[in-house]
Design a protein. Structure first.
Lengths: 258, 248
């Protein structure tokens, strides 16, 4: 039992180390190698453009439900006009980045792990290496950089849509006074909330792209291996996003102020 | 040119290579034969640094590659072309993009020059007109020939072929054998080919090595191997097995 636990912890640490090394290699490649515009454009299209519907729906419905529930509680203490302020801060610094990253992890992370995993299983990654191409240059860097570019934009979009949806629901359906609501929202939403959301989106993007690429490139043999790599990519990315979000909030609040 | 020293490799408890020593001179053509599952593909992958040995060393032009980092290896690998047993074509790219892969990444030629080279290479393996197909739309034998075109188009100095003619009909197999010989003669390419097909081995190889139980069991010219009285070699060359009774 003790041996098993040690084994698992060591395995986990080893994985963490290897993912970090992959990140370092990718960063080095990004600096020293020519940019693969074709790969980058394709990945940007796939990650950024094709995630639109998922991100819009996530943003809009989260904003609306958050608005409704906040209003129901605040209404009891006659604080109706503070509703949108809560929605905007929560969306901007917590829910927007986290939920967008989770949705993108489910869609894009899974696709990355499955694609790289089946490339590995069919020896395509080995073939790439024999053709004097580093798999990190050709496969990881375009995916990583496209995710890091696209996710903050997707997050901003989801936050904006969420606030807009909340405003619409709040002022029409729930009857909140729109001038006061808007005024309070602007008053309590600070630049650091926006900065925090953006920094988080960048970190989450790197985390999910690196974990998914790592899982794909180190996939075990066979269809079962690819399936497992895909599941693990999504699960580990999601969990890492949730856990790191907590620590990022603490750390960034210290750094930027609440 | 290529040398391995006491090369050992295990997968779990299974020892696949158990001290392989081989030497291939520049411009030479060597065929490796051996039983299925005997470790021939694994040996080839060591020569090009796709796998690192548990023990021993691999030298390419005197340079030890067994412990190089992936980046250092890229330069060495540019000297190599490799045909995989399962072709290993990139299935998201078309046939033409597969064949053009290295040329396109190096970016020294213009698009039209690359296109012309690709057309020539595909014609050479009898696949003119398949440029825009995806690998999934090809038969196994066709894929193998695309893999061959991809491996030789950038004129490597060493080409490793893993079962180049398996799964091809006898006529195409013969043309591929001849192509391999011509590539070697024309470009003075060092050739290492793995095959089960003794006819093909005789045509391609100046020297034949037999891998048996993780070592080089026999090394000699095609004549020597076909006349060998060694029981292991004799049985392989003439296809003699211990028949097994079905007990169902
Ligand atoms: N990734 C791996 N993990 C574990 N064992 C492996 C792996 N790859 C190969 N092996 C084992 O190594 C042995 C040699 O495999 P290899 O593919 O080199 O055989 P081969 O001589 O090329 O056979 P064939 O002629 O059928 O292609 C096999 O017994 C196989 O089970
Ligand atoms: Mg093999």
């Amino acid at each position: 039992m003790n041996g098993l636990a040690t084994h698992r912890v060591l395995g986990w640490l080893e994985g963490l180390g290897r993912i970090t090394l992959l990140g370092v290699e990718a960063a080095r490649s990004l600096i020293s190698q020519r940019v693969d515009w074709r790969g980058l454009t394709y990945q940007l299209y796939f990650i950024g453009v094709k995630s639109q519907s998922v991100v819009l729906i996530t943003g809009a419905f989260t904003g609306m439900v958050l608005c409704a529930q906040t209003y129901f509680q605040f209404h009891k203490v006659k604080m109706d006009t503070a509703t949108l302020a809560v929605v905007s801060v929560a969306m901007g610094s917590e829910l927007g980045p986290v939920l967008t990253a989770l949705m993108v992890a489910g869609r894009v992370g899974a696709a990355m792990a499955a694609e790289l995993g089946s490339m590995r299983v069919t020896e395509q990654i080995d073939a790439l290496r024999t053709l004097a191409t580093h798999p990190v240059d050709y496969l990881v860097v375009p995916r990583l950089s496209a995710t890091v570019l696209a996710l903050p934009l997707l997050t901003a979009e989801s936050i904006a849509v969420g606030i807009l949806a909340a405003y619409t629901v709040g002022t029409t359906l729930l009857g909140i006074d729109h001038a006061y609501a808007w005024h309070n929202m602007l008053k309590y939403t600070q630049p650091q909330h926006v900065v925090m959301g953006t920094i988080k989106a960048v970190v989450f993007a790197a985390v999910l792209a690196l974990i998914s690429c790592y899982k794909g490139m180190n996939c075990r043999e066979g269809a079962e291996g690819v399936g497992r790599a895909t599941t693990e990519a999504v699960v580990y990315s999601s969990i890492t996003i949730l856990i790191s979000n907590f620590f990022l909030t603490l750390f960034l609040t210290r750094l930027l102020g609440a | 040119m290529i040398e391995t020293r006491r090369l050992k490799k295990s997968f779990g408890p299974q020892r696949v290579l158990d001290g392989v020593d081989l030497r291939v001179e520049k411009g030479e053509s060597v065929v490796i034969i051996g039983r299925s599952g005997g470790g021939k593909s694994i040996l080839l992958k060591h020569l090009i640094g796709l796998l690192s040995p548990d023990e021993g060393d691999v030298l390419i032009e005197g340079e030890s590659v067994a412990w190089m980092s992936e980046r250092q290896l890229l330069g060495v690998r540019r000297k190599f072309g490799m045909l995989f047993q399962g072709a290993a074509l990139f299935d998201s790219l078309t046939v033409a993009e597969n064949v053009a892969f290295v040329l396109q990444r190096e970016g020294r030629l213009t698009e039209s020059e690359i296109g012309k080279k690709v057309d020539e290479a595909l014609a050479m393996v009898d696949l003119g007109g398949t440029q825009d197909k995806k690998p999934a739309e090809l038969s196994g034998g066709m894929r193998k020939r695309v893999g061959l075109a991809r491996a030789i188009i950038y004129q490597p100095q060493i080409v490793l072929y893993d079962e180049p003619t398996t799964g091809l009909d006898p006529i195409v197999a013969d043309s591929i054998d001849q192509l391999i010989v011509r590539v070697r003669e024309r470009l003075e390419v060092t050739t290492v080919a793995v095959t089960h097909d003794m006819r093909s081995a005789r045509r391609i190889g100046q020297r034949i090595l037999m891998l048996h139980q993780g070592r080089i069991h026999f090394s000699g010219t095609p004549e020597e191997i076909f006349q060998s009285k060694d029981p292991v070699v004799y049985r392989f060359v003439n296809g003699v097995s211990d028949p097994k009774e079905p007990h169902f």
